[in-house]
Design a protein. Structure first.
Length: 371
């Protein structure tokens, strides 16, 4: 069964195609989306010999001229040097404006490859083949690309502070690839599904709750419906606000808090785990501001925990550096943070949250935190 979800974009509309086993027939899906027949495949090293090899074999068998570049999907390496390596590989292969860059892997590789595609020859075709749940439902859709930058005076990287909006020509989703994910990575991707449920689709939340035990056991029988529902939430938001000037900011629920803790090596958090804790912190902030009841905060925490996600950091860390790191969030404007906070039945963007309220929210999710 093939599900095709169209995404409208000012840079050109594209499809998210969800089909089991589709990687083995990549050329069939690529051909209608691009005129390119020369491509650099940028690969997450974790899937180089499996999923990326299937894409390569399909394209090579149908006359494409190809090369691959393998990247390690680690946040400290998501920097301009990684983009430069893609540019150099593209030059060595002889890519031109009629060529393409293809990403096979998770969101990190997609962000780097997409930024390279947006800037090589001032922009060439880009195709996303996400192989993680997080990338399937979130990172591959909407045209955001980016890399991390060191924050002044802090020994951490700021998430995605340099980048570009560059829509793919196609997003090819093969849910069969999820069977190869470690359980922790699969669970991490569920954070974005929970986020989409809380900001735009209560039915998705019910689906996640009813499937929680199966998902925790690695049984992916219900995952296709979850992917489709989550993609449709993001579709509605990115079509309404392509460049994040309004509604699309709702997709940052949990991220402003989460991005502050994600780079901290001692916590050893995945992106999804950090965002889950960030959503719980945002809920605690809402409770303090009177935007959400205790029952609402409890229901958010329960949904996160039912699908196996954390609601508190695994260890104690000082809060002051977190408040400093949040100042550099790319969604801040005029020196004020723009926080996405849950209400009783939705989420809202607030720019008037005081530092004391943010600090109090951190105390809820960090055990024995120091100021």
């Amino acid at each position: 069964m093939t599900t095709r979800i169209g995404i409208s974009s000012s840079q050109g509309s594209y499809d998210v195609v969800i089909e089991r086993g589709s990687l083995a027939n990549s050329d069939t899906h690529f051909a209608p989306a691009t005129n390119a027949r020369r491509a650099l495949i940028v690969v997450d090293e974790a899937v180089a010999s499996t999923h990326a090899a299937a894409v390569y074999a399909s394209l090579a068998g149908n006359g494409w001229t190809l090369a691959t570049l393998t990247l390690r999907a680690e946040e400290p390496l998501k920097r301009i040097e990684a983009v430069e390596s893609v540019w150099h590989a593209a030059l060595e292969l002889g890519l031109d404006r009629q060529s393409a860059i293809v990403s096979v892997g998770g969101g990190l590789v997609g962000d780097v490859a997409g930024f390279a595609a947006a800037t090589f020859m001032r922009g060439i075709d880009f195709i996303q083949v996400p192989t993680t749940l997080l990338a399937m439902v979130d990172a591959s859709i909407g045209g955001k690309t980016g890399i991390n930058l060191p924050l002044p005076g802090l020994d951490v990287l700021g998430k995605n502070l340099a980048g570009a909006f560059w829509s793919p020509k196609l997003v090819l989703v093969d849910p069969d690839t999820l069977a190869s994910l470690p359980q922790r990575e699969l669970t991490s991707g569920l954070a974005e599904c929970v986020k989409h449920a809380l900001i735009g689709d209560p039915d998705l939340g019910e689906c996640l709750l009813s499937s929680a035990d199966d998902l925790a056991a690695g049984n992916l029988a219900s995952i296709d419906a979850i992917i489709e529902q989550a993609v449709n939430v993001k579709r509605l938001l990115v079509e309404a606000d392509e460049r994040e000037s309004g509604q699309r900011m709702l997709l940052n629920f949990g991220h402003t808090f989460g991005h502050a803790i994600e780079p901290i090596a001692s916590l050893d958090l995945t992106h999804g785990e950090a965002v889950a804790i960030g959503m719980h912190a945002a809920a605690a902030c809402s409770r303090r501001l009177g935007l959400a009841s205790a029952a609402r905060v409890c229901s958010i925490g329960n949904l996160l925990q039912r699908v196996g996600l954390p609601t508190r950091t695994p260890g104690s860390i000082p809060i002051t550096p977190l408040l400093e790191a949040m100042r550099y969030d790319k969604k801040a404007a005029g020196g004020r943070l723009r926080l996405v906070l849950p209400t009783e039945d939705a989420v809202v963007v607030r720019t008037d949250v005081e530092a004391a309220d943010i600090e109090a929210a951190w105390h809820v999710v960090i055990p024995d935190a120091a100021d």
